[in-house]
Design a protein around this ligand. Structure first.
Ligand code: ADP
Ligand code: RBF
Ligand code: MG
Length: 298
């Protein structure tokens, strides 16, 4: 059962994948939003195949009490003719989480605002993005699109001159990251959740290299600004600040996490490196190495 800001014109990252997966397995789905029914209908009409995927669509104007009252979810269960306790609610808002729990349902929270996970304590699970949902935890069929610990994505691109990072000595840790400025990438980055990704990195004078990166707030350091930090999997004998760096991001590995020690953060990043290196040899990912985007620079 889905709710709320799902169906803005740009779909939430991973929403399409999830809806296709569940409808492919004939899992009954409903959309329960606080917006008026008419607005929901308009919004979902932008997404191909969504309307047909939901057996029930219900708006805030169709119930007496809005979230956090459980009414909207109980009404959905009745219309679906299912027991509330066999429903899973996927929610982005706090009142929605409260409503789902009050209806006796399992609730997975996907907070729409970053760094708010700690507020969602009443949810059964808080995930960073829909990419991290594990349907099998809730008795639903598992995704089958993960390949060798990676989730293939429609490739996307980001590029610009390499900027100075926090100078936290990542290099000393053996993990130099050639930071890119997030300026001008607001909307692209909001389409892609924070997390650990991999792909190819092009430096016009030096070549194309395997790359594993984090995008986000580095929970271990609790940054206040989002950073883009690609680690090029190659030994360079000099720095390349200011050079144009082009990235093709081809897959997702995991959400950013916090760690109890710097040592465990470093070990995890080395594991990410291994995952990325092996995956990038698969034809599925290797083929993007030759994209012109990586080689041209303007
Ligand atoms: P900063 O905090 O300024 O990003 P880092 O300690 O992360 O500093 O070092 C990153 C810099 O190291 C990059 O900007 C780049 O010039 C250089 N560098 C050398 N080797 C690599 C590599 N394999 N991957 C990424 N950057 C590298
Ligand atoms: N920082 C975190 O706080 N949590 C993470 O899970 C995390 N994962 C990372 C994965 C990769 C592949 C890379 C390159 C960096 C990651 N970082 C993470 C960012 C790291 O904290 C940052 O690069 C530091 O500056 C390293 O000292
Ligand atoms: Mg860096």
């Amino acid at each position: 059962m889905f709710s709320n800001q799902w169906c803005n014109i740009k779909a939430l990252p991973g929403a399409n994948r999830l809806i296709k997966h569940l409808s492919g397995h004939r899992v009954p789905m409903a959309l329960a939003s606080s917006s008026p029914r008419e607005n929901i209908e308009t919004k979902i009409s932008f997404h191909q195949g969504w309307k047909e995927s939901f057996s029930v669509i219900i708006g805030g104007d169709e119930v007496r009490l809005g979230k956090p009252s459980p009414e909207i979810f109980l009404e959905v269960a009745e219309r679906l003719n299912v027991n509330p306790c066999s429903c899973l609610v996927i929610e982005d808002s706090l009142p929605g989480v409260t409503a789902g729990k009050a209806a006796g349902m399992d609730v997975v929270a996907v907070p729409s605002i970053p760094k708010q996970a700690h507020l969602y304590t009443s949810a059964d699970e808080v995930i960073n993005s829909l990419l991290d949902l594990q349907p099998e935890k809730w008795g639903l069929p598992p995704f089958q699109d993960w390949i060798k610990d990676t989730l293939p994505l429609e490739p996307w691109h980001i590029g610009g001159p390499v900027v100075k990072g926090f100078g936290r000595g990542s290099k000393v840790l053996g993990i130099p990251t050639a930071n890119l400025s997030t300026e001008g990438y607001g909307s692209l980055l909001s389409e892609h959740p924070s997390g650990v990704y991999f792909g190819w990195a092009g430096l016009s004078k030096r070549g194309v290299f395997k790359m594993v990166m984090s995008i986000g707030w580095n929970p271990y350091f609790n940054n206040t600004e989002k950073t883009i930090e690609p680690w090029l999997l190659h030994d360079f004998d000099e720095d390349f600040y200011g050079e144009e760096l082009r990235l093709t991001i081809v897959g997702y590995i995991r959400p950013e996490a916090n760690f109890s020690s710097l040592q465990s953060l470093i070990e995890k990043i080395h594991h990410d490196r291994k995952v990325a290196e092996e995956a990038l040899d698969l034809p599925l990912f290797f083929k993007y190495k030759d994209e012109p985007y990586l080689k041209s620079s303007t």
